[in-house]
Structure formats: structure tokens, C-alpha cells
Design a protein around this ligand. Sequence first.
Ligand code: BES
Ligand code: MN
Ligand code: ZN
Length: 490
Amino acid sequence: MRITLSNDSLTDINADLLVVGVSQSTPSKDRVIKALNKAYGGGIDKLAAAEGFEGKASQTLKFPSAGTIKAKWVVLVGTKDLNAVDAARALGHAAAKASSRQTTAAIALGKANGEAVRGATESCILGTYRYDDYKTGDRKAKGGLKQAKLVIAKTATEHRNAVKAGSAIAEGVALARDLVNMPPNDLNPVSFADISKKEAAKLGIKATIWNKKKIQAAKMNLFLAVNAGSAIEPRLIHLHYAPKGAKKKIAFVGKGLTFDAGGLCIKPGKSMADMKCDMGGGATTLGIIVAAAKMKLPIEIHALIGSTENQLGAAAYRPGDVYTSHDGKKVEIINTDAEGRLVLADVLAWTRDNVKPDLIVDHATLTGACMVALGPRRAAMYSDYQEYADAYKKAADASGEKYWQLPLDKDLRPMLNSPIADLKHIGGSYGGSITAALFLQEFVGDTPWMHFDIAGPAYLDGAHKRSPKGGTGFGVATAVRFLEKLSAKK
Ligand code: BES
Ligand code: MN
Ligand code: ZN
């Protein structure tokens, strides 16, 4: 998708679709409708009223221009009660969704600032997102928007940078979505590593791919235990973006289970059906470093993705087994379906000791309990470093993603005590997302750390607002905003 800026007048602009916002509930009173009425010689206010178009947020009405203006179609988009940035996002998204045969759109943003231009860019690109790599012939979707002009009053550097940032983020999000949507017979730890390496190479990001031998040499026995039942080798994907002059170093860690059958504690069919999504944290981690590198953010970033399947082959790990973690803790296995925290534990400990970052941020589709607590579209945020948590919340508000901070409740820590080993990897039946976070915390030590349980929002069973069905790329947009602010700090 090509996004450009334009200062042309709306009636003269050459495009298949002219997309304009309407913020008044009485069509005849709206500025845009008045102007269109004039161009059409009347009737647009009546058409809007007859079609029940009241300017409500994200309501749309598409009609032909029939030669009254240069654009072929007009798309009205409700923006009532939306702030300028959300209105711009609604317009970008509507432009993408309103196109059938049309390939070019002009999106009227008026006196938009950089944030609005960024929002429109991001939502327009992502609105065209679809995953049809596994459809053939005529079943493959055709058409769709190829080009969008953002029509603004006056173009400044702020706007040009916003187009770049919005595009970079959208591309990072789309990459994460593609990987999550990819079937698990094709996206396995080996191919996930190959794809990551290719993406990194395009941007001058250094990639180090660890095979099973190297993971064994590093004594990541928890990670290896999860892999034991799988016919496919594990991979630890380590990407490193190191721009000149960076002052801070952030490590992102992702859960990369390309398929979670549950292991010997096998999942029932219904719960297993979508478990290709269990590498969603890893996909988000990759999307973040890719978007940040595209934006050339002046901050050092490590991305570490622990990737394996959780299967039930003859060598599979068992409940009752005890394994020694990379940093020497003996962990008793209770339920082989709580595998994500085991992979993360070893990767977190290694990152803490070898990368020595200022902050570790992990993303993981970690627990069903998180969805029980917060519903299917909100991530849980955990951190004892409140300044970082607050900065992240601000970033989330600006990106439009939903998070909720839950406590790393010290009182629950004894739930992880094991009668025979240093600790067990699950708590009891209550507070499952919290005890999972507490388990991870054991492996980060004193390094500032944030954990995001994205089990719900990483993958949706139906489209919602601007998020598509399937992989969403949740977390990329907020992380990038957080990094922008952090790198701008002295
Ligand atoms: N990958 C799942 C969590 C999950 C559930 C992600 C639904 C996305 C949607 C995780 O590995 C898991 O199976 N967790 C168990 C933990 C339990 C055995 C303590 C769970 O949540 O049931
Ligand atoms: Mn599991
Ligand atoms: Zn899992």
C-alpha cells in the first residue's frame, strides 16, 4: 500500500473513493454534507437521513459521485464523539473496508496533526489486511486498496514522519498477524527461525539462531523438556538491533510455541483447535523489533523467541518429572500443558545474565486464566516497576490497545512451593495468570521486568472493531510507542 500526502481540494482530487468524516447527527447541519449538497445540487442530506446515517462512530455510507466531483465514489464515515486521532483512524479503516473494485482513495483529514496522520496511515494499511496464502485460484481475494492519499491542509515534516511511522508499525503488525495465521504444519520452530532471520537481514538486524545442540549446551533444560515430545527441533531466535548512539538497552522475550497440544496432559479438541496461536508472543516480539528498526529508533533492542512445539511423542516430559533450569533451580512438573512458562523461564534467565538489559519485556499467550479474568480482548500487564508500567499504560492509551495491570501478589508465591524440589511450575486453581507471572518472576531476578499475558487478544475468534479474526499482532503498536518515548528521554 502506498500512502501519500496531498493538499488538493476535495472536489478536484483524483481517486476512486473520497472518504470524509461526518460528525453531526443531523445530516443537514454537517459541514461536509452541506458542501456535498452544494456539489450535487441537493439531496445528500435526504439520502443520509433515509439510510439512517447519523454520523455515529464508524457508521459508513457509500454512494457514487456521478460526475459531480472528480472522485468516483463518496464514502461518509461517522466520527461523532471521536477525538481527532480516533476519527482519523476510523477514516483510514473505512477507506480500506469500503473498497471493492476501487484501488485508490483520498482520505480527508483537514487540519490533522502528526498523530492523526499516523493513525490514518496505520488503520488504512491494516484495514486491507487479509490472510489468503492458503486460498487458491478464484478463492483468493482480488482487488483492494492499493493507494491512499491523505488530504491535509498543509504538509509539514511532522506529517511526513507520521506516514513513515504509521507504515512501519502497520508492517510490523501485519508480519505478526501472518505468522500467527500460518498453519502449524508450515510454521514450526525451524521455519519460524528462518523467516525471522530473513526479516532481520532486510533491516540490518543481527540474527543468531540457536539449534537444539546449542540450547543443550546452555543447559536450558526446562525449554528442552517441553521440546522432548516433539519430532521437530527447538530454536532460540535471538535478534539484535543496535543503532549508533543508543543509550538504553531493552530486551523483548516471546513465547514461541508453534503448536501447543498440551503434551501428555493433552488438551481436549476444542481447546487445541486454535493452538497454532501459541507463538503469538514470539510473533509480536518479532513485529516490535522489525517496526522499531524500520523507524530507526535510537534504542538498542534484543528480541529473543523461545520456539518449540508442545507435543506428546514417546520422549515427552511427564508430570512428576523434575528438571534443572538454566540458572540452576530444580523445577517439579505438575501439568505438561503449563509449558510456556518453562520455555520463558530459561530464556528470561539467559537474557538477564547475558544481555544484561535495562528492562526485559515479555509477551506470551500464557494462560487461559487470563481470559477468564479480563475477557478475550485485553492483555494482563505485570510489573513491580511502576514507572515503566505507567509509561506503558500511556503508550497503550495512545495506540488503542487494551491492557490491565494485575498484581504480582507476593502472598500467592507459596502456591509454587514444591514438596520435593525448589519450586513447582503451577499454583492452584485460582489466580492462574498471577501465579504464572510469579513463576516467571523467579527467573528475572533484580532486572526490571514487565510481563504481558496476551492469551486473549493475540488471536480473536471473530473480527472486532479494527482487529481482524485470527492473528492480531497485538502488542506491537504499544511497544513501539513505549520505545519511542523511552528513547526520546535523556
Ligand atoms: N497456551 C496455553 C494458554 C492459552 C489458552 C493461550 C487459550 C491462548 C488461548 C497455555 O500453554 C496453557 O495451556 N495454559 C494452561 C495452564 C494450566 C495447565 C495451569 C491453561 O491456561 O489452562
Ligand atoms: Mn499449554
Ligand atoms: Zn501454551
